[in-house]
Design a binder for this molecule. Structure first.
Ligand code: MD3
Ligand code: FE
Length: 197
């Protein structure tokens, strides 16, 4: 069921349900090599969301800022490769939403335990904003917030549950967005596929 929530942004309800066991197993294998960790933001606080990455590079944050790095700063090793089921779900969701030939090179994996949240922000650390971003939600439900290209724009909320996929392209690619604190209950995993390099 495709549902456009803004110009360029499409929700695919339950799109990832058929392959969610494979996606979760792949996350488990990735975290054995590159464990979830709470990164430090430039202001010095640790994020409430725990993160890891797979693919050609990974998103990292520390006191000096945000960037993509080919290696995991915790281990000095390259990030685990992107599993085939990851590339496949991202490309097929993008195609379903009207974005052909999406070939992500990085996947940020976010682990939300109860209480974890993500403040309103834009994704601007990638080189090319013409490619969409594909987000896959697994596990417990979350309230996702999205506004517009200005922080002052009115924001909307949308409930995302297990298997929901959102494709953010066109004007929506640079929309402000965030996640409300996760309610007690099941943890939530989010896979964020990007063309970053
Ligand atoms: C809307 N993660 O890691 S993914 C992030 O649920 C991030 O973990 C959220 O935002 C999460 O940066 C949301 C969905 C998403 C990603 C990129 C967007 C929504 C977006 C870019 C523009 C607008
Ligand atoms: Fe984001």
């Amino acid at each position: 069921m495709n549902f456009q929530i803004a110009e360029g942004a499409v929700v695919l309800r339950g799109f990832a349900v058929p392959c969610s066991d494979a996606l979760e197993a792949a996350v488990h294998a990735i975290t054995a090599q590159a464990p979830f960790r709470h990164m430090t933001v430039p202001g010095g606080h640790k994020m409430s969301v725990a993160m890891t990455n797979c693919g050609k590079a990974g998103w990292v944050s520390d006191r000096s800022g945000y960037r993509y790095e080919a290696t995991d700063p915790e281990t000095g090793m390259r990030w685990p490769p992107m599993p085939e089921c990851f590339t496949e779900i991202a490309a097929s969701a993008a195609a379903q939403a009207g974005y052909g030939k999406f070939c992500p090179d990085v996947c940020l994996i976010n682990d939300y335990q109860p209480g974890a949240r993500m403040a309103l922000h834009q994704d601007k650390d990638e080189r090319d904003f013409t490619a969409p971003i594909v987000s896959v939600s697994l596990g417990g439900p979350a309230t996702f917030l999205f506004g517009g290209v200005s922080r002052k724009d009115k924001s909307h909320r949308i409930r995302l549950t297990h298997g929901d996929v959102v494709v953010w392209g066109g004007p929506a690619r640079l929309f402000f967005h965030g996640v409300s604190p996760l309610k007690p209950g099941a943890a939530r995993i989010n896979l964020t596929f990007r063309k970053a390099l």
